[in-house]
Design a binder for this molecule. Sequence first.
Ligand SMILES: [Ca+2]
Length: 376
Amino acid sequence: MRFSFIRTLQVAALALLTWSSALVAVPAQSPPQPLVPPARDPVRLIFDTDIGNDVDDALALGVIHALQSRRECRLLGVTITKDHDDAARLVDAIDTFYGRGNIPIGVCRSGVTPEQGSFLPLAQMRDGDDLRYPRDVEDVSQLPDAVTLLRRLLSESPDGSVTIAQVGFSTNLAKLLDSPADDLGPAGPELVAQKVKLLSLMFGAFAPIDGGEHREYNVVMDLPASQQLVERWPTEMIFSGFEIGLTITYPAQSILEDFGYVPHHPLAEAYQLYMPTPHERPNWDLTSVLYAVRPTRDYFSLSEPGSVTVDENGVTRHVADPAGKHRYLIVDDRQRAQVRESLAVLASQPPDARRRNRGQGEAVRQAPRRNGGERP
Ligand SMILES: [Ca+2]
């Protein structure tokens, strides 16, 4: 009797000990993880765009602002390859909407796609006397030309630090390669080799489209520049081919439901003016921006290294070569779903709250755009 009483006490004590240990249990093997992730330097990004032709450029610019609000990138400047003044005005209006109206803008006089198109008129849209989307760029002739701005942004950057996302024609970057040495640095190829880490570009096609070769728009609209770029660009290039964005469309439901945090949203209105919902636009340019800022996130797989060529018809080919600097994006169905959702979340992310009162919907007074430096 006594033995069993003691035994019962022992069992009860053991149970109590086990229970109390469970309350304060910590994993014994793994050390505690830091609550704050290690600091990373934001990607220093230049966005080269033909905004005003297809609407994916506008959505891609929204993605960049979301990533900058998350401290993942810093947009050094925007250079434009569509030869229409409202392209620069709309870029400034979108930058201002996101509270970053002093991001430098460079323009070109190439004659390539000089038409206004369906959504650049948003830059001029008025509600009463006020611009619907405030901006301070009006006289586009006051803006620097794209090559001058590219040379300045590169010269001001640490060596090997700049990523460029080119999502339009190759006009500006081909001209950059032709630029001579000046007080901003060595000749184009040397300056690029010194300062640029990566060129992520929406360019070409690396899988059959409708069973055949595809003459991709960005390539053929300035074919000599496209050929120059793939032959002479000295750094790593990651190509998002036509087949990538084509199979990862932007969700129409996101356009309808995710941008209602303001009465008028420049990205949603641009989308509806370009090709209204329920159409789901391919995510071409957005994929190049996503890779540029988040290259290690398994959104895409990469081809083996090689060299891309552009033939006289604008058809692109990739020839494998272990020493080559050109790779193209590949996606499977799991990655497509992940990229589609991620891009919708990023493109519809509201402006940084601390900057928002400087931007959308209100008259914004800005310092003169003299040095083009971004407002702190
Ligand atoms: Ca584009």
